[in-house]
Ligand binder design. Sequence first.
Ligand code: PMP
Length: 757
Amino acid sequence: MKKILEELCGFVDPEIKKLNGYYNANYLIKNQGQKYIFKTYLNEGNTADILNAENDTLVFLQETKSAEYPSPVLFLNGSTVANFEMDGKDVICRMLSFIDGEFLGDVAHSKKLFNSFGCFLAKMNLKLQSYNHYTIQARQINWDIQYLNLNKEYIADIDNAKDRSVVQYFFQQFEENVIPAIPKLRKCIIHNDANEWNVLCANGKVSGIIDFGDLVYSPLINELAVAITYACYDKEDPLVWTPDIVKGYNDVLSLQQEELAILYYLVAAQLCISVCNSAKSRKEDPENEYAFSSEESAWKMIYRWLAINPIAAKNCFLDAVGFNKIDPMSLEKVVDVRHQFISPILSLSYAKPIYMDRSAFQYMYDVNGNTYLDAYNNIPHVGHSHPRVVEAGQRQMAKLNTNTRYLYDQLSEYAERLLSHFPDSVNKVYFVNSGSAATDLAIRLAQAHTGHKNMMVMEHGYHGNTQNGIDISDYKFSHKVGSGQKGHILKTVIPDTYRGEYKGQTEDVGSRYAQDAIQQIAESEEPLAAFISEPVVGCGGQVPLAKGYLKALYPAIRKQGGVCISDEVQTGFGRLGDHFWGYEAQGVVPDIVILGKPMGNGHPIGAVVTTTEIAESFGKGVEFFSSFGGNPVSCAIGLAVLDVIKEEELQANAKHVGDYYQSLFRQLQNEYDCVGDVRGSGLFIGVEIIQKRETLESDQQLASHIKNELRNRNILISTDGPSDSVLKTKPPLCFTKENAELVTSNIHDILKEVTRS
Ligand code: PMP
């Protein structure tokens, strides 16, 4: 190296120190009291062109005559780029002046510093706006946010399936929110790598910037996006810090609304580029620690960024530069408009309804910029807007969507995959579009197969909104404005261990309740076509059927000529943690299973799964056809849901997080008398709110207060049960332990407040 430096620069015995570099080797050189940076690169393809372009840009920037940017140092032969051979490789090199300062990554951060950071970048960009270079303009690199999609192939290199999904989510958001905006954005040459180890500070201000190796011709706003990303890497609340950078920038170079409108997604994109390239580097060279040194910070920030409502970010950026924030329609107005066209029979959640805008995984975002932790909705089973599900739907919708009277692969593929989750005896499936349609069809199957009409149903059960569905749903027909129990319905008592006849008993409770039901059947004049129940009765207040109940009852149903139906609309697809289907916890196999809600993660799919014998009986009747049931789009979405459950190990997560979540509720139960039974399984939990332990009298008012107070604290749960006094929590299965802690600590605070007053 010394020989090379002597030949190129005439330096005699300089001091040489090797520095870290991402792709190339850099050296700090000291010669006769002067410091320099000597940069070497493998000469590949267009390296020389790029280095010359970089040097040209630096020379242009030197016109300011301040030491803010490194300047190219001429070699003895008058050039700024030279070649030499090292270890048989063609190496290309250049020398730059050394600029002083402390790295942004090493100094204490302050609002003033961040403001000066914004100013500094804007000054540089302002200057670069009057410069162009065709080599840079033609450049397409992975680290240029506008070419985010060049990194798509590296998503697969990310180890953890959930991490992959979050990155894929932001790629999709980029597609939707940024790509259409790009043609309208101002572009110029930008530094594109204002990270904490490239930005230099002095006297509490940003004073310089180095490493122009990522120069690109890109939307101007990307400069700020990169800067914000790295400046906020380790910040608990990034939106507290970003306004200063944005404002500092805008004071020098005015930002446009369209630029600020997409800044949230650009920062997310930069984070994605960072983690994708770390994953790629790890795969290619696991020893190169430098390549993924900042990976952990990037992941932390991605998850923090995900919890930020994009509207909150947009408002924060707009506000920083004095633009008006987004002003949504008032809640009253939105409710009024809704009621002009929609009957109030479709009720709204919460005393103060929520006007939603978007959602992602376990978060929902409203139009005012609030982020809600969704601890309630079980339909977005694998997470709101899950990118795998979205992609599956988009792709298939753009390709073929038709009905089951044509042949296409998705129907059989999905049917096979779905049925692989059932025992061999349950091997035929009918696809419909809702849980209600599935219930209706299940009743028809049972009646066709048995030739009977009567149905035994569970107290407080709910199975659907069709007339058949209402007829078998005690929750509806016994409601004070319900139509009452029909003659062909036999209702049996909910096998509850917390309340009811056998409350407090631990031995054989399930079989005792079952014996009572069997007695009821014996006393009934006509045989049953079917017995239907959920394994955990949702509308009953998340009441799990007492242990042993179905095992004792199912044989009796079959013996008198009926079939057994399990409604897994709420409990299926791994939510219960221990089992994929709720009936498995009871050690039985039903004859008919009803599926819905989580099956399509929000896309309307339902299904009835049954045995060959029942399907054959039903096949003797009129043709069954559903216009939408089993269409290719629904099947593709259903398949994606099954894939995600498996790849993200969501059943195991439901068990792991659910057990912990229940234990936190049990701690509340120990502390507060008003917390009665804590029950359920996995991420399907009910918590009774009672007035007194001795009487178990329900406290509907307090339950409602908790629900609404949580809503005011941006946490979504609901209430249910015969007295509407059971807190119901059944979040998307990507829910985390930290999420569980947030819910229970807030309930703790609410109860502390209530018991104090
Ligand atoms: N069965 C159960 C157990 C349900 O909870 C529901 C919906 N709440 C249904 C069936 C009906 O499903 P859908 O609303 O999709 O028609």
